[in-house]
Ligand binder design. Sequence first.
Ligand code: GCO
Length: 464
Amino acid sequence: MTLSDTAQVRGDIDPSLLATFPPNFQWGVATSSYQIEGAAEADGRSLSIWDTFANKPGAVYQGQNGDVAADHYHHMREDVALMAQLGIRSYRFSIAWPRIIPTGVGAVNASGLAFYSQLVDALLEHGIAPMATLYHWDLPQVLQEQGGWLSRNTAFAFADYAEAVVGHLGDRVKHWITINEPFCISYLGHADGKHAPGMRDPQAAIIAAHHVLLGHGLAVPRIRALMPDAQVGITLDFSPIYAADDLPETRQAVTSEDTFRNRWFVEPVYRGTYPETLFAEQHVAPPPIQEGDMALISAPLDFLGVNYYSRQLIGGDPDNSGSTRAIYPVPGSAHTVMGWEVFPQGLNDLLLRLHRDYAPAALYVTENGAAYNDEWDGGDRVSDPERREYLVAHIEAVAHAIDQGAPVQGYFVWSFMDNFEWGEGYSKRFGVVYIDYPTQRRIVKDSGHWYHDLLARAPGSPAR
Ligand code: GCO
């Protein structure tokens, strides 16, 4: 059976595909600090660039922000217990730098660390493996005031912060992700202005990108020095680009968009160079690369984290011969309420391509999921059949990739619970657990019940 046969909208996974997953596969859910924690001023936390950005008029849907979010900071034990009830085996969360080193560099804030230490203990008590992301976009505002990621110093500050965290949690957390989605940090934050810090300067994005990667490269050996048995990786987001026709201009546009969207970060990390055509095609100068930077950035990793949501389709423009356009919406395809095309084949193709071209030691799908207009009945039921179908099709795509040789060792649903969806505020819900924000009540969605049921049937389940 091919993926296109199985990717039809379906309510459950083909049992023969489920058997493809190894018994130690990390079935998980993912979140990030600013999106769920709230407690913006608790226990010495300082402001992050997202606090500042969210409070700029027009930056976020209805002026919303992460001050309270899902108030996970105060519901942490309940949330971990709920994960355990759902049979979750692994939890990917991120750590807020402004809680750990509120001044950006310098003294460590013990009460900020204590929160994550308690979280890790609670996870381990429930038999859930922690996977910690060190940077999911909440840079201390005080560092932004000194240049943020445009300053090379921020890369060194990040490595110091990483060392402080790993020094305290590394005895219990074995999986470490340095940076989440450098593309979004660099491009959405510095060129397109839709994310913090809200700059609109393509050259700034290129410079920020290099410093983010340098921060990663500086942190990796320091994590390893503290915890020789740590598994260390980075999470990149990909959006595979497909051609809708065979025109030469389409082929050229696909190649150039792919370089920008998919190769900008994976090539420095896995090959130690930026893609050759990247800077000219983006009409920018190369970043300030110092001697030794690329070697640091490309030091071997234990895994590559992959975030996948959708693809882009490009075709020749019938109204303007010789030029191309993004085909959107894609005729005949389903789309989520983010407007993203549902395209599970893209995840399969992506995992195989990464395996073939970069040979990472292991791959984790560190985010995959969808936003829909869920219907809560006001009681115990949230009906979200489309999310379940999305997850079924994408988990099947992962199974096919494993079957075809890709070393995928885990899959994390984005997201455990509804949360602050950046510029979309609370208007978009990605969780398998519903949050009723006025009461902070948690209600497991139908997709969450289905995921529970799936994990109980998956190889390696304690319930089997
Ligand atoms: C990401 C983002 C998540 C988003 C999700 C949906 O890593 O892309 O980290 O925070 O919420 O991708 O847009």
